[in-house]
Design a protein around this ligand. Structure first.
Ligand SMILES: Nc1nc2c(ncn2[C@@H]2O[C@H](COP(=O)(O)OP(=O)(O)OP(=O)(O)O)[C@@H](O)[C@H]2O)c(=O)[nH]1
Length: 353
């Protein structure tokens, strides 16, 4: 049987996850979605909001979606859903797991790789993070979990953009982009986001498209974001724009613990050396390595190698053939907490032929 595509929906407290799910659960889209509320033992308020007065653990919605509450182990819940599905007791095509606002999505994502039964029945499609445009700046300043949720994202949805002005949205987008240059950002206005922005993103699939904004790469090459902000804002604090300017100003100087860096080189890698190096890096820095992904050129290989990982768990696969006339080379992006960029870059250079 084909593995069931699964989406992890995360976002800080009150970001708008339930609002988004509620819309998905009530919309006619022809998809049969099982929603898992991953509350880990807490009293589940969300489930009551979603399905209203029903005491059932699994509730079928009239558009075919299923809502299910997990008060314990996510692995047990996923396996039990898969068994019921295989037995023909319930029917659904995909799963959305809503994590609690304070959750670190890492362990939830790892469930798909570490548990064999879950791995056989499900395929992690993407981590989708809802970011509250009104409160995110403060949340990112104060809560590492908020940064982590952004760092893990394969897709970011901005909620509550109706409550802030365009300049604040731009400043937030720039910051989110610095934390996670991989994740495309779009908006979810009271949960109104196209379903294609939430499901079937294939963010976790190994493919050889490593989307990176060229501006980000340029910035990495030496441009200083902070200065761009300064010039833009000026230092005139008595100005009318002061409120939002001072805000940007303050945040542009804030360095998030969770950040990304990129490695690029046109020389091919020696696979053995690279394997050894990455193996030892995940041993040491795995807990800080939220997400990494790359398209690599290996010496003597006709095909691209695509690799990615979450913390200590790494995987790689053969990608497409290098095109004729295509410039061969590798690019990798690492998103993590306080990662020693220089150590990674110098180490990776040592693995080149
Ligand atoms: N103005 C505005 N309010 C929104 C938007 N999206 C959600 N909200 C409101 O934000 C509040 C929190 O939304 P929820 O969907 O419950 O957020 P959540 O992420 O599920 O919250 P937790 O489960 O507590 O982490 C609700 O009052 C929503 O109506 C939006 O786009 N604009």
């Amino acid at each position: 049987m084909e593995p069931i595509p699964s989406t992890i929906l995360t976002g800080f407290l009150g970001a708008g996850k339930t609002t988004l799910l509620n819309r998905i659960l009530h919309e006619e889209h022809g998809l049969r979605i099982a929603v898992i509320e991953n509350e880990f033992g807490e009293e589940n308020i969300d489930n009551e909001i979603l399905v209203r007065d029903s005491g059932e653990q699994i509730v079928e919605m009239n558009n075919g979606c299923i809502c299910c509450t997990v008060r314990g182990d996510l692995i047990v819940a996923l396996n039990s859903l898969a068994q019921k599905r295989a037995a023909g007791e319930i029917s659904f095509d995909r799963v959305v797991i809503e994590t609690t606002g304070l959750a670190n999505p890492g362990p939830v994502a790892q469930t798909f790789f570490v548990d064999e039964e879950v791995g056989a029945s499900y395929m992690l499609d993407a981590v989708v993070t809802v970011v509250d445009a009104r409160h995110a700046m403060e949340q990112l300043d104060q809560h590492e979990e908020a940064q982590r949720q952004v760092g893990f994202a394969d897709k970011i949805l901005l909620s509550k953009t109706d409550l802030v002005d365009a300049a604040a949205v731009d400043a937030l987008k720039a910051r989110l982009h610095r934390i996670n240059p991989r994740a495309p950002i779009s908006t979810s206005d009271f949960g109104r986001a196209p379903i294609s922005d939430v499901l079937d993103l294939r963010g976790f699939n190994l493919n050889d498209k490593l989307e990176l904004d060229p501006d980000f790469l340029r910035a990495e090459d030496g441009h200083d974001h902070e200065h761009v902000h300064d010039e833009h804002c000026g230092h005139d604090h008595g100005h009318v724009h002061d409120a939002s300017c001072a805000h940007d100003h303050h945040h542009s100087h804030h360095s998030d613990d969770i950040a990304a860096f990129v490695f690029r080189n046109e020389r091919p890698f020696d696979p053995e050396r690279l394997d050894q190096f990455l193996g030892s890096m995940v041993q040491v820095f795995g807990p800080q390595m939220l997400r990494y992904k790359g398209v690599l050129s290996m010496v003597g290989a006709e095909r691209k190698v695509v690799f990615q990982g979450v913390h200590q768990i790494m995987g790689s696969d053969l990608g497409a053939k290098w095109g004729e006339g295509e410039t061969r080379g590798s690019k990798m992006v690492f998103i993590g907490k306080n990662l020693p960029k220089e150590v990674f870059i110098r180490g990776l250079e040592q693995c080149l032929v």
